[in-house]
Design a protein around this ligand. Structure first.
Ligand code: ZN
Length: 64
């Protein structure tokens, strides 16, 4: 299952979007973007929680 992660959905004025298979790797990419572009060092768990809050189940984000 693919997911689209849009940086602006997480409170930034930013056009960054990543699409891909829902996985920890994709979440790591978003986390790295938050750190590199916005200087915010979220934990992977924090980013997972944000995505869960957007209506995705936590189990669906685990790497297979
Ligand atoms: Zn951004």
């Amino acid at each position: 299952m693919t997911i689209k992660l849009t940086c602006s959905d997480y409170g930034f004025e930013c056009g960054f979007v990543i699409n891909g298979e829902k996985s920890l790797t994709l979440i790591q990419n978003l986390r790295d973007h938050f750190e590199n572009e916005h200087g915010i060092d979220y934990s992977v768990d924090a980013v997972i929680q944000m995505i869960v809050n957007m209506g995705h189940s936590r189990d669906s984000i685990r790497d297979k």
